[in-house]
Design a protein around this ligand. Structure first.
Ligand code: COA
Length: 172
């Protein structure tokens, strides 16, 4: 089979994607314990998702990306920029890929796309992320150039247990 990375499409989301994204989040949240909500419990309605996509597409320092494979959404990345004039250079993102396609380099491809977009953006100077301390994604983030900067205590509460997050960043 040809490399899957050559067959995916990475593009900006539009408001017509809202329903598909709500369905996507409701499904993938059951595939990994690192999501902040359970399967089928995504906390946004289609209307709210539409509104978020619309707002993000209007902001010069924010980005909502989807990954398509064979006409299906199989991944996403949401990057949100700060609003205040003195902190607008700073952005934070979250990423996911559906489990059946993990470890094929798609996450890497999506991060590379996002980093280039940020570098081409005159405003953005710092990319941030928070990742649960036991998430294998830390290796991937380090591979694309993120550095550990700190710890956020009690980031997540799940299964009667608190988990800290590693805070990571990239200077542009
Ligand atoms: C994190 C995530 C987006 C990575 O996507 P992906 O398409 O599988 O990523 P890639 O295939 O580009 O890279 C996977 C890398 O992760 C690391 N990795 C994957 N599985 C691993 C494991 N079980 N143990 C250790 N490292 C692992 C490796 O560094 C691998 O890189 P390699 O090319 O050197 O093997 C995906 O696993 C996911 O959606 N997870 C659930 C949601 C999530 O945790 N999001 C991040 C929240 S901060």
């Amino acid at each position: 089979m040809k490399n899957i990375k050559d067959k995916i499409i990475i593009r900006k989301a539009n408001i017509q994607d809202a329903k598909k994204m709500v369905d996507y989040f409701n499904k993938v949240s059951g595939e990994s314990e690192f999501f902040t909500f359970r399967e089928g419990e995504y906390y946004k309605s289609v209307k709210e998702e539409k509104e978020m996509i619309r707002k993000i597409n209007m902001e010069s320092n924010s980005l909502y990306l989807v990954v398509e494979y064979q006409d299906e959404i199989i991944g996403n990345l949401i990057l949100k920029g700060e609003r205040g004039p003195f902190i607008r250079h700073s952005v934070e993102f979250g990423i996911s890929i559906c489990k059946r396609l993990w470890n094929k380099g798609i996450g890497n491809e999506l991060l590379t796309y996002m980093i280039k977009w940020c570098k081409d953006n005159k405003e953005i100077k710092k990319i941030n992320l928070a990742v649960r301390e036991d998430n294998h994604a830390i290796k991937l983030y380090e591979k694309v150039g993120f550095k550990k900067e700190g710890v956020r205590k009690k980031y997540m509460y799940r299964f009667n247990k608190f988990y800290d997050a590693v805070l990571m960043g990239m200077d542009l």
